[in-house]
Design a protein around this ligand. Sequence first.
Ligand code: PLP
Length: 496
Amino acid sequence: MYYKSTRDSSVCVSSAQAIAQGISKDGGLFVPSELPKLKLEEIISLGDKTYPERAAFIFSKFLTDFTEAEIRYCTDNAYTDKAFDTENICEIAHLFDGTYMLELWHGPTCAFKDMALQILPYLITTSAKKINLDKKVVILVATSGDTGKAALEGFKDVEGTEIMVFYPDDGVSAMQKKQMTTQEGENVGVCAIKGNFDDAQNGVKAIFTDESVVDALSQSGKMFSSANSINWGRLAPQIIYYVSSYAQLVKDGEINAGDKINIVVPTGNFGNILAAYYAKQMGVPVNKLICASNSNNVLTDFLQTGVYDRNRKFYTTISPSMDILISSNLERLLYHLSGDNDKLIREWFESLKQTGRYEVTADVFEKIKNDFCAGYCNDDETKDLIKRVFDKYSYLCDTHTAVAVKVYEDYVEKTGDKTKTLIASTANPYKFSSSVLSALGEYDENLDEFELVEKLNQVSKMSVPKSLAELKDKQVRFTQIIDKDDMKEFVLSALA
Ligand SMILES: *Cc1c(COP(=O)(O)O)cnc(C)c1O
């Protein structure tokens, strides 16, 4: 197994190279040269294994240049009940008959990003060793909230790494700010910038490609890598929980071996749903992949028309991790569906850059329609769904998960499809306490972020995740706020 670039099919690197490097030099994303096929019996037999064992099995198909011991080192260090609040690492809850919630938020930061970011540091450091990169790996992250904290928790005190996170001072929730500014670990840095998320993101991108910074870092024995979902090392771990869940549903007697299921995913960058697509291609019996968006519905339109057009209003919603108009991982899907046609991909993504729009060929669109359905809902519908589901099933959804459940409801109403369905639940509702309380009609503007958590606990009786409750008494370690133009100097003085 080797990895190609979506923008140059002649690129051919090992998984270690793809993971350490993050993105191909031509700007393309690394994709596996072929997808490993699993037999149904192999999938089912995972039901008797622990999560780290299931993970090691799937990784062994993709990271063929890693030894078994190297893979086990990564999976056994990442997926522990020290970091996750359940030995199962993720849980499957029953919403109603034949509808299952795949809870991916049992990790240290209460969002699904932990599923990949807990293991990525081990994958990156192991990869760096394998290709004899004798350098310390420096991770730079610009975040609008969830990714930054998950990356900090993942890389904290991992030998051979350092991490620096920039967030927009006015652009994250009070809880998210508290999560980041109290971060523990000897190799971490957190800095607020005066500006918005785009300023932070542009600043980080500029530093990544600034030769003077790269040289200075290199002289101190360090190099940059990426913890963002363009890195294959973030996508591969996400395939695991879809394969694993199928095995679990069979083991629990919820479905018969070979039965098809639908998978619904609340989507932003198209990473999590692409992982479900890969699981299907590998042999997991899947009927439809249902892509759920909020008011930033660029993907809904694309999957329904074959035209991607980002020239539209940008909405700030109550599901902020899905407020995205450029879904980077779609490039990987289109590469596969076009028959590895790097020329077409270059054309489309150049057009996206120049005009904000591209249209796929009829042949590719046909294939998209076979696998995918799509829908979206706005903030009012999201809140209404949270309240209805809580009242009816006593199940509390966060704002992102609620988008998925609502889109699924609409799908069933429209199609009458009775296929059993797995819905990706991507965040713990306590992470978005104010929006969830407001949905339940219980929001009180006089309460601070921790009082809101207490209030939600009284209303819902759902237990508060320890990692959020503990924040209240944690010391704030990082208070620096800098101008967006000073990011480069900041990185140089902190790291080089
Ligand atoms: C990141 C995120 C998403 C979107 O996932 P993608 O892989 O970007 O599609 C959805 N929900 C939550 C809570 C997230 O943090």
